[in-house]
Design a protein around this ligand. Structure first.
Ligand SMILES: Nc1ncnc2c1ncn2[C@@H]1O[C@H](COP(=O)(O)OP(=O)(O)OP(=O)(O)O)[C@@H](O)[C@H]1O
Length: 227
């Protein structure tokens, strides 16, 4: 087995027929924490969508958690998504049910059956994000930061090989952003690989890590200067 959870070679990223990023070459190894930065509209979300099968890979070679992106079939996408944990800026929790039921919904949809196993797994992931006592609440009863913790817990349910987080702190104040970042750092220390798009340079300075930048239709690694 490869040590890479993601490997792209000469990939072009499109939105419909528009070329957004050209000749993308990148590799992410197991256990890495990688930032993806770049101006609004520079292609961060388009790249991430290509990685989780929302945009087809039409040019170049790409492997993600052992799926070949250029040969990915429609019916394989749910299987790929099970091996990825995706976290969005706007949390995307189901508003009509409690946190426990949000998490149970995902487990059932991904093939879990036993009630006991499901509730144990839910407890484990809520504990990882410091929300063990909040499972009975509805999303609207939680703060933005708490909702994002739940979204991270949801991403962890099926022990993903890669977590893709698209501006996870984009809707949060600076203090809450740091708290979410602490959660992501902890998860990374426990062995999870994370790719995180962000606009928040303060976070990158506080938690330095490998950084990729989308600029002018290309992606390259930026070297952080010591501060
Ligand atoms: N659904 C779509 N259909 C066509 N073009 C799109 C679509 N979504 C985005 N684009 C275009 O693709 C380009 C890259 O957008 P993308 O959302 O990937 O950028 P981004 O770096 O994630 O921006 P932001 O930081 O604002 O989220 C932009 O020019 C945008 O207008």
């Amino acid at each position: 087995m490869s040590d890479h959870v993601l490997s792209l070679s000469k990939v072009d990223v499109f939105q419909k027929d528009n070329l957004i990023l050209k000749n993308v070459n990148l590799e992410i190894g197991k256990g890495e924490f990688v930032y993806l930065i770049g101006k609004t509209g520079s292609g961060k979300s388009s790249l991430m969508k290509t990685l989780y099968g929302d945009i087809p890979l039409k040019k170049g070679e790409g492997t993600i958690v052992d799926y070949d992106l250029s040969r990915l079939r429609e019916k394989e996408i749910p299987h790929l998504r099970r091996k990825l944990g995706v976290v969005f800026q706007d949390f995307k929790l189901l508003t009509d049910r409690t946190i426990n039921d949000n998490l149970k919904f995902v487990l059932k949809a991904t093939g879990w059956k036993g009630k006991k196993e499901m509730s144990t797994r839910i407890e484990v992931v809520l504990d990882k994000v410091g929300m063990k006592t909040k499972g009975f609440k509805y999303p609207h009863e939680l703060s933005g930061g708490e909702q994002q913790r739940i979204a991270i817990a949801r991403a962890l349910l099926n022990e993903p090989e890669l977590i893709i987080a698209d501006e996870p702190t984009g809707n949060l104040d600076p203090q809450t952003s740091v708290e979410i970042m602490e959660v992501l750092q902890q998860i990374n220390k426990n062995g999870n690989t994370i790719l995180m798009a962000t606009h928040d340079y303060a976070l990158i300075l506080k938690y330095p890590s490998k950084t990729l930048k989308c600029d002018d239709g290309e992606i390259f690694e930026v070297v952080q200067k010591a501060v």
